[in-house]
Design a protein around this ligand. Structure first.
Ligand code: HEC
Length: 466
């Protein structure tokens, strides 16, 4: 403890920070002094005094150094505390109104001195005017500063209740170019997590850390190097670091209560990996509430085994699906209205040609079952290397092995892979540490290698567990 204190005392940066953090305390002096000066002067005018009130002049004079101290502390505060930079225009307004009011205080004081000896009515009028401008400006700036910390309209909030913040400018949605395959949907899977766990503190009126999560576009309204979400880079995203299970108690988000579940974290990671989009262009935006008209796609009845010819499926994609069916396999949307596919070729007799014909839908395949099929490993590699949406892969009892494992290791959202009866070895297994579940029964994988992966939290099924 003593040690820490000593270290802190020797750290000039720490001192600077403490001085800066006094800003919210120091600002009360110039505000109070100027308001007092204005009040006293008003009384003096009512009493028909011809010269400035001595008390008013003294208060105004004291307000000048107080304002300068507050300004210096404020400037340091904004520079040292990273969240202040995210406030942008609100901060600029606060800063410049305060500086204007401070300069006005200095001018008022000088005018007041002139107006006093001998009585100078013209200077007196200017003194009153500039003093009131200064007091008003300082009060307004203080209010702006308070609003940045406590939220818009914080003084009157108890009177009017917490009315939902209105969006002045509707912001465009962040939409991926048409045709981009998104396996995680912001509206259905991410926004509900934010709403439930984050929005109470990260909204328009309660901008904790300068971050808004109620409206996705607003999270990107700040300078790019302050983005908490870096599209395509979950590991570099501050938001991911804050929700990670190993985030320290000081950084963790949400600050209190249950942490996010592993599944929620993985959804958010995948969503960021895919570009942190709200949806894709051309797709009907999600209905605001159940009462507004449902999207036409969802309204179209779709049989479970039928992929309808909607605008979302091109002719080439339809042909690919037809090839799967021609080989006796099944191709179904993973859910009603979903654009991702569950392809099961284990029930048919696919050939390498079948796999080659599937390239048009490779980006849409979420589940691929090739179990027991007589396809070559090179054909499997040719297909799966581009299956960026693949979550579940089953190559049991095929000629696949380490090369397939190496390709699978590169798939961004793959969670489960079954290599049962394949020529997989420890070498291939090692690359799959990011998966949730791997089936390695009847392969060349050694129990020691399986245990190594289990130690990293992967469920490895060797077939000898039971
Ligand atoms: C109880 C209020 C509260 C809740 C709930 C909350 N936060 Fe925060 N958050 C804060 C505060 C206060 C800060 C600023 C202090 C800090 O940086 O630790 C902050 C800062 C952050 C930052 C850093 C912003 C930056 O760029 O510096 C991120 C990212 C963040 N929160 C994400 C989240 C996420 C994601 C959730 C929901 C899973 C969440 N928060 C829930 C209060 C909250």
């Amino acid at each position: 403890m003593i040690h820490m204190l000593a270290a802190a005392l020797n750290d000039p940066d720490a001192w600077l920070r403490v001085a800066a953090r006094l800003h919210p305390v120091v600002v009360h002096f110039p505000i109070a002094l100027l308001l007092t000066a204005a009040g006293v002067e008003l009384w003096r005018i009512a009493r028909r005094g011809v010269t400035p009130a001595t008390t008013a002049l003294t208060c105004c004079g004291l307000a000048v150094p107080a304002a300068a101290a507050a300004a210096v502390a404020g400037w340091l505060h904004a520079d040292l505390e990273s969240h202040a930079k995210t406030l942008g225009p609100a901060m600029e307004l606060h800063r410049w109104v305060a500086i204007g009011a401070s300069v006005a205080a200095l001018i008022a004081w000088w005018l007041g001195l002139i107006a006093r000896t001998p009585a100078n009515l013209r200077a007196r009028r200017w003194w009153v005017f500039v003093l009131f401008v200064s007091a008003g400006g300082m009060g307004a700036s203080g209010h702006l500063g308070g609003s940045m910390v406590w939220g818009d309209g914080y003084i009157l909030k108890p009177l009017f209740g917490a009315a939902p913040a209105k969006e002045a400018v509707p912001r465009p949605m962040r939409l991926a170019p048409a045709g981009t395959i998104l396996t995680v949907r912001y509206a259905d899977q991410i926004s509900p997590i934010f709403e439930r766990r984050c929005v109470e503190c990260h909204n328009a009126s309660k901008l904790k850390g300068g971050l808004r999560l109620d409206l996705l576009a607003a999270a990107f309204d700040v300078e790019q190097d302050l983005w908490a979400i870096l599209p395509g880079d979950p590991d570099g995203s501050e938001l991911v670091a804050r929700i990670a299970p190993d985030a320290g108690n000081k950084e963790r988000m949400p600050p209190k209560g249950e942490r996010l579940t592993a599944e929620e974290i993985s959804l958010i990671r995948t969503w960021i990996q895919e570009g942190a989009w709200e949806g894709t262009e051309g797709q009907t935006p999600p209905a605001e509430s159940p009462s507004t008209s449902p999207s036409p796609r969802a309204a179209t009845p779709q049989g479970p085994d039928e992929v309808r010819a909607t605008a979302a499926w091109s002719e080439a994609e339809q042909a690919a699906i037809a090839a799967v069916r021609a080989a006796g396999g099944r191709a179904e949307p993973v859910a009603l209205g979903d654009e991702r596919l569950d392809i099961n070729l284990s029930v048919g007799a696919p050939t390498d040609e079948t796999l080659a014909a599937m390239h048009a839908v490779e980006g849409r395949i979420a589940q691929l079952n090739l179990a027991g099929s007589r396809v070559s490993e090179s054909a499997v590699l040719g297909l799966i290397s581009n299956c960026v949406a693949l979550r579940v892969l089953d190559v049991s009892r095929t000629s696949c092995g380490d090369a397939t494992a190496a390709a699978a290791a590169k798939l961004p959202v793959l969670e489960r892979a079954n290599f049962f009866g394949c020529s997989l070895t420890d070498e291939g297994l090692r690359g799959l540490a990011r998966l949730k579940w791997i089936g390695v029964a009847a392969t060349g994988v050694t129990p020691a290698a399986a245990d190594q992966l289990r130690a990293k939290g992967v469920r490895v099924e060797t077939g000898s567990e039971r």
